[in-house]
Ligand binder design. Sequence first.
Ligand SMILES: NC(=O)c1ccc[n+]([C@@H]2O[C@H](COP(=O)([O-])OP(=O)(O)OC[C@H]3O[C@@H](n4cnc5c(N)ncnc54)[C@H](O)[C@@H]3O)[C@@H](O)[C@H]2O)c1
Length: 346
Amino acid sequence: MIRVGIAGIGFMGWIHYLAYQKVRGVKLVAVAEPNEKRLSGDWRDIQGNFGPPGEVVDLSSVACYSDYREMFADPNVDLVDICLPPMMHAEATIAAVNAGKHVFCEKPMALTTGDCRRMVAAAERNSRLLFIGHVLPFVPEYAHALKIVRSGKYGQLLGGSFKRVISDPLWLKDFYDPNGCGGPMLDLHIHDAHFIRLLFGQPTAVTSRGRMRGEVAEYFQTFFQFDDPNLVVSATSGVVNQQGRPFTHGFEIQLEKATLNYELGVYADGIEVMPLKVLPAKGGVMRPKLSGGDMPSSFVDEIKEVIKCVQAGTPSATLDGDLARDAVVLGHKQTESVRKGRTIKV
Ligand SMILES: NC(=O)c1ccc[n+]([C@@H]2O[C@H](COP(=O)([O-])OP(=O)(O)OC[C@H]3O[C@@H](n4cnc5c(N)ncnc54)[C@H](O)[C@@H]3O)[C@@H](O)[C@H]2O)c1
């Protein structure tokens, strides 16, 4: 049985808590949270932009710490799940692996590439496993696309375009702070940067155009360059500062023998989905039946992958720290490209 301690009981701490109830081979043994009400198990003030509202949780058989550093000294904890704000990820991860724990840390891995490198190095030095919570490859449409690409059934990748655009998230106070959430690049686009890295490998250069807001890129379009000049990959991400345009995400992925496409939009009057389709080169339309569905169940699948890897003592081909670090590297190169108005080598 893998014994887990969650650091930070906010929106993600709650979603991860729910997921642990549905994963075999793992037991929640500790939580760390400075908010006294939440530490007593009253999580009713938690409500994110998906999933159910928080509830009153029975923590009587769980060790409760007001600070994560105390939890890292608990010998009953094998795996630390870091659901802290992004600026705490590096310090907390390094302290946890130094204390002998495996770490599963929410995205973005950290705010700087230097911190990401230090996290990977600290995990290696302590022979601990490091997983970064990039849930997108476990969202059914993205998971299925990844499975199709990895199967090789439709030949080599030719390219793809990816989209993730929101209205201004007014509830996130430090969203545009490069030392807080890190802006749309690190909070939002990082999902696609990581997915692009997973599918195509690390780009060799990026060309981005966009609008800045203060020190961070607000809205941007990027072309990613690879050693193979025939790979055509682009992404559109960021904030359109209009509250009537809440959220869209999706992709079109081209392979030699098929194209995959999917799009979802959340509007004031409901959600519209253009379901995942596989369009074979020879004609026709295939609409794969997907399992799972809602966002919380994608976290169950993500956490199953973490637990499977901890049990086997092997890194994850999807959630590994190296991949997540590469996504943060890409994000900073894209911001540099927007700022300087030219192509930037990766
Ligand atoms: N994968 C996704 O789809 C997704 C969605 C939302 C957020 N996130 C990521 O999850 C992370 C957390 O975001 P959130 O929305 O849950 O934030 P949040 O602010 O709701 O929760 C963070 C919690 O950490 C607690 N905390 C602060 N200092 C602490 C300390 N020293 N010890 C223990 N706890 C401490 C805070 O009190 C708070 O309850 C961020 O990195 C965010 O980017 C990921």
